[in-house]
Design a protein around this ligand. Structure first.
Ligand code: ARG
Length: 566
């Protein structure tokens, strides 16, 4: 039983409360001189008919303390518990060393599947930093859920449907050639699209041509499909480069067009359930009772919409994966869309609509400038990552010019710095990306954590060479304030991972990792790990090993690599 549980048990006995009640009330005081745990007695005042300070006093006298608690003191309305530091050190460190790579994992997801819709890029558009957050957050959520025992299905819901693809094919037929598209990829497609609009100003019949090609796609015409599928392939090949750099993969690329033959079911069901109404010739679901504009299902010409496809996708995902939770990692601008879709699912009678969740996030700007495709101000993700790697390489060249596999480390640090800044704060907060902030070695950055991890690795290598004694660790050697601070940061990690999963907030892991990093760096100022006294070395090496483990796991969970030498 861990220390907290032991305290809960003795409190439950002394106060005649349920353990779960005590658990909910037991606090960790803001500063260590107020004890390691504190029980507020205010809630007992009513039943005990006594003032809280008196209750605290009585409890202090009656309570039978477990061995791990040195003393309990009544202070105002609180009963403060002071844990034996040696026992505290043991209780914090042992679980990390025992669990190793599994420290912070959980099994609450056992037997449950979770769908995560993320990245979900658009075909024929280049991957720009507007899609950075969804990609990075989704990947982190994938890893965090997996670590807590869930079976994850990562879905890249490709934006591969829309009239623009008809126009693109028309343009390709007029002015395109295979080599250029193969060579320039998405850029060539964008150029064709721009050209289409320029030419269509002069010759409006082009619009009809575009519509005809789109109809051809809808009707599965072989020629149209061949070009369209090839556009998709070329776009995905570009995107794959980015995914590879980030170490990201998906279990499904079923995008909007995948649902072409799965929409009749949605429409039939909506009709049968009396949910469809006509509005200006279009078919909609009226949501005015929930203060929302109607959800558009069919356009006047019978064409389906983004929402129709998301309804079909939700049904498909439920049928195929039987998810316990289905996440949509999409910018907050689409929050109305998702509220509408989830409401329609609920109105269709699917009680699992409550398991669908829009995991929204804020905007990304770049060195103070808001991105805008319209104004031509875009930052492409592959270029951003490439530059990050180059900049990291320059910094490493200055700091450690003769580092082995410098190229590899520059890649890990550069890309890590971009990823890290994306999951540094809560999702909804806008991100402004600045190079010097992301790449600094002593701020809240990837290099700062990575460097600390590498330092741990190097200490452990040296300890191994020196030879570490066998046998048990003397935990009383890890009881000074600095060591206790490191230990407490380590023991907060599992709960941070669990909360990150529940709230879909990977930054909670980032913060926990930063807390361990700064506590360890502080410890390191006054404590040499390799000491003259082998017992001291033994204990400190164990602490270092635990720190390295938590940093490595934490970085992995947010999608950052951890080099062993830097
Ligand atoms: N492709 C869309 C965009 O870039 C995001 C799709 C999100 N997923 C979904 N199921 N609607 O804005």
């Amino acid at each position: 039983m861990d220390i907290r549980e032991q305290i809960i048990q003795c409190l439950a006995e002394a106060a005649g409360m349920e353990a779960s009640e005590v658990d909910a009330a037991l606090e960790v005081p803001p500063s260590a001189d107020m004890g390691d745990y504190a029980f507020p007695c205010f809630r007992l005042a009513k039943t005990w008919r006594k003032a809280p300070p008196l209750i605290a006093q009585e409890l202090a006298e009656q309570i039978g303390l477990p061995a791990c608690v040195e003393r309990a003191e009544a202070v105002k309305g609180y009963l403060n518990f002071y844990v034996s530091r040696t026992e505290l050190a043991r209780a914090c460190l042992e679980p990390v060393l025992e669990a190793g790579e599994r420290y912070g994992s959980g099994n609450e997801g056992q037997g449950k599947t979770i769908c995560i819709d993320y990245s979900s890029i658009n075909i024929a558009k280049r991957f720009h930093i507007g899609h950075l957050s969804t990609t990075v957050l989704g990947n982190a959520l994938y890893r965090i859920h997996e670590f807590r025992g869930y079976k994850c299905v990562g879905i890249n819901h490709l934006g591969d449907w829309g009239t623009q693809f008809g126009k693109m094919i028309a343009a390709y037929k007029h002015w395109g050639d295979k080599e250029t598209v193969e060579r320039e990829g998405v850029d060539a497609m964008t150029a064709l699209y721009v050209r289409f609009h320029e030419e269509a100003e002069k010759d409006p019949s082009l619009e009809d041509e575009g519509r005809r090609w789109f109809k051809a796609i809808e009707e599965n015409d072989p020629e149209a499909m061949e070009i369209f599928n090839w556009f998709k392939e070329v776009t995905l090949k570009d995107a794959m480069r980015v995914y590879d750099m980030l170490g990201i993969r998906f279990d499904s690329y079923a995008g909007e067009s995948f649902y072409n033959d799965k929409m009749d079911r949605v429409i039939d069901e909506l009709k049968a359930k009396g949910l469809l109404t006509e509005s200006d010739g279009a078919q909609v679901v009226d949501l005015s009772a929930w203060d929302m504009p109607p959800c558009l299902i069919l356009k006047q010409d019978g064409a389906t919409l983004y929402a129709t496809r998301d309804l079909a996708a939700a049904l498909y995902r439920k049928d195929t994966y039987d998810f316990a939770r289905s996440l949509y990692v999409v910018a907050y601008q689409q929050s109305l869309h998702f509220r509408q879709v989830f409401k329609v699912l609920e109105l269709m009678g699917y009680d699992w609509a409550k398991d669908c969740e829009h995991v929204a996030f804020g905007m990304v700007s770049y060195e103070g400038q808001t991105l805008s495709t319209r104004k031509g101000y875009v930052v492409y993700l592959d270029e951003l990552l490439q530059r990050a790697v180059e900049k990291a390489d320059t910094i490493i060249a200055e700091k450690t010019p003769d580092l082995e596999n410098r190229e590899e480390v520059a890649r890990q640090v550069g890309i890590g710095s971009v990823v890290f800044s994306t999951v540094l704060n809560n999702r909804i907060k806008d991100i402004d990306f600045w190079w010097d902030r992301a790449l600094s070695f002593d701020g809240e950055t990837a290099p700062y954590v990575q460097y600390t991890h590498a330092r741990c690795c190097s200490l452990l290598r040296r300890a191994e060479e020196a030879g570490v004694p066998e046998g048990g660790i003397d935990y009383s050697l890890l009881t000074d304030d600095d060591a206790i601070a490191v230990l407490k940061a380590l023991s907060a990690f599992p709960d941070a991972v669990s909360q990150a999963q529940v709230r879909c907030e990977p930054y909670l892991v980032t913060r926990a990792v930063l807390a361990v990093t700064s506590a360890f760096n502080h410890y390191y100022i006054d404590h040499r790990v390799i000491d003259e006294d082998p017992e001291v070395t033994h204990a400190r090496v164990a602490l270092t090993r635990a720190v390295r483990q938590v940093l490595k796991t934490g970085l992995y969970l947010i999608g950052v690599e951890a080099p062993e030498r830097m």
